[in-house]
Design a protein around this ligand. Structure first.
Ligand SMILES: [Zn+2]
Ligand SMILES: [Zn+2]
Length: 115
């Protein structure tokens, strides 16, 4: 009887047993691919979405064909970058939504009631 494949083993088999990060982590990998075969300190690679989501909840719900091998280092950084991007985007949206208030020039006095 053969042991059923773990998700990680299936991903490694499908995409190669090396980190498939192409720079989403922010590093410039030689030959555009990280290619690490473990996560350092003998820790194995992990299977995670090709394009990291900001929340672990979304990452956990990624479908199997979205998964790629990642080394922890790349994955952590890539996920942080995605979080920062979303954070930045929300902040900009909020600022854009408040521009009208600031344009009135009396935000402090009216506490925004004029809107
Ligand atoms: Zn990597
Ligand atoms: Zn990387």
């Amino acid at each position: 009887m053969t042991k059923p494949l773990t998700v990680l083993a299936a991903v490694l088999r499908a995409h190669g047993a090396h980190c498939g990060c192409t720079g989403l982590c922010g590093a410039e990998h030689a030959s555009n691919l990280c290619g690490a075969q473990h996560s350092g300190m003998e820790r194995p690679l992990l299977a995670a979405p090709q394009f990291p989501h900001a929340s672990d909840h979304e990452n956990a719900e990624a479908s199997a064909d979205e998964l790629r091998p990642w080394c922890w280092d790349c994955w952590r950084k890539a996920r942080e970058r995605e979080r920062a991007r979303i954070h930045d985007q929300r902040r900009r949206e909020m600022e854009a939504g408040q521009l009208g208030l600031f344009d009135l020039g009396q935000f402090d006095v009216e506490q925004g009631a004029a809107a």
